[in-house]
Design a protein. Structure first.
Length: 136
């Protein structure tokens, strides 16, 4: 009787497609550069690729970020004021002028995710200080 139950359990598990029980694994790596200047915030994406000579490199990335991508955030403060960046529920410490901050995030779910500079009181006066990441 125990063998029959075991066999039925195994058969049932094998009948379920692997995609429905698998977790989201990183399928690509995206570098997200955030640059604070005195005039604006610039957010740029780069995706890993293999260059013509076989060495790894990065190219500018346009469009939505694929679900399952591993995001490497690099935040640079080149302004004369402190900044603090938040996205995907992660917030950097206060970044002093001339300093940097880093964090990583696995994009597990699809959707629109806002980002912003926490310390900017008037976002409309500082272009790029708020925006949205789209995970598709």
């Amino acid at each position: 009787m125990k063998r029959v139950i075991l066999c039925l359990t195994v058969a049932g598990f094998l009948a379920v497609p692997a995609s429905s029980v698998a977790t989201t694994l990183p399928n690509s790596s995206v570098i997200v550069d955030v640059l604070f200047t005195n005039q604006r915030t610039i957010v740029a994406y780069y995706q890993g690729e293999t260059l013509g000579n076989g060495t790894p490199g990065y190219q500018a990335f346009v469009g939505t970020i694929a679900r399952g991508s591993f995001l490497h955030f690099k935040i640079f403060n080149r302004s004369s004021k402190p900044h603090q960046f938040t996205a995907f529920g992660k917030t950097t410490p206060v970044i002093k002028p001339g300093k940097n901050a880093y964090f990583n995030k696995l994009a597990k779910v699809r959707g629109k995710f806002p980002y912003r500079d926490v310390l900017t009181k008037k976002p409309k006066a500082y272009p790029g200080s708020t925006g949205t990441f789209v995970i598709a």
